[in-house]
Design a protein around this ligand. Sequence first.
Ligand code: NAP
Length: 306
Amino acid sequence: MKAVVCTRYGPPEVLRVAEIATPVPRGNEVRIRIRATAVTSSDCYVRGLALSPTYRLMARFALGWNAPRQPVLGMVLSGEVDSVGPDARSFEVGQPVFGFDRHRFGTYAQYVCWPEDGLLAPRPANLTDEEAAAIPYGGLLALSYLRKADVRAGQRVLIFGASGAVGTSAVQLARHFGAEVTGVCSAANVDLVASLGATTVIDYTSEDFTDRAERYDLILDAVGKRKSAAALGRCRRVLTPGGACISVDDGRPNLRRADLVLLGELATKGELRPVIDRTYALDDIVDAHRYVDDGHKRGNVVIAVA
Ligand SMILES: NC(=O)c1ccc[n+]([C@@H]2O[C@H](COP(=O)([O-])OP(=O)(O)OC[C@H]3O[C@@H](n4cnc5c(N)ncnc54)[C@H](OP(=O)(O)O)[C@@H]3O)[C@@H](O)[C@H]2O)c1
């Protein structure tokens, strides 16, 4: 099969398209014919190991010292079940699925084998594979942190970094939970964030949200501490008594299969809209990584797998 392999850590150019053996499902695994995947910010961290020295050391132990042990990166997929292992019972051959696996990787390819009890769910029927591939990463991370913060109806929630994969999901999911949402992004993304349900949108390039009189029950940093640290350092002064400020970089997210199913249901009902910035072919993975490395994508960058 065709796949993208990463044989050492480094810039986007370390990725190359290759022919490798098609995996065979064993035990409770299902083999998925991948139609679309996504280049996530996490993929770029894994490929480039552009992390603090401590995290880089931990990543080398976890992922492989000089190169990822699993040379095919990619955590997100949409496609259909193509073959099932002898013990797999949950999915049928031909069933459209979408999913996420941040440990196994392997989705920059035409096929991957994943256990049937992983983060895999029926693909929403109204979405294309490319749209479905734009849901799991940002959706599951945003849901995990909104749950951690116990977001509730009627609360005033500010999403800092509202235009990325996590941010565009967080805005829509906070609205789903009944919160009144303020989004913070740059001028170019103000209309997008408003269209996702934010009642107020603040352009961080021209205004500091902590200078406003508004108070928030929850501030969710959806862009990550390295980019948001200065702004979040001042966030206490705009919290309500008992309000909380959390970051998508705080602790490990709790990613649940039930939440993937929920995201699929919300997408089916039109309550969760996949936001796709650009779509690339698998052959153009290096360009896709260069673009995501820049750190300014709107929502998601999707890869169509022919
Ligand atoms: N805890 C975990 O295990 C875990 C896992 C995965 C990811 N994360 C964290 O989640 C973060 C977000 O991931 P993502 O995929 O959603 O990122 P992303 O899609 O790459 O974020 C891109 C967006 O960030 C915005 N942005 C860039 N610099 C900004 C700044 N200084 N202030 C406000 N917005 C800014 C950009 O908007 P503009 O172009 O308008 O600036 C762009 O729309 C990651 O960077 C990582 O820190 C944590």
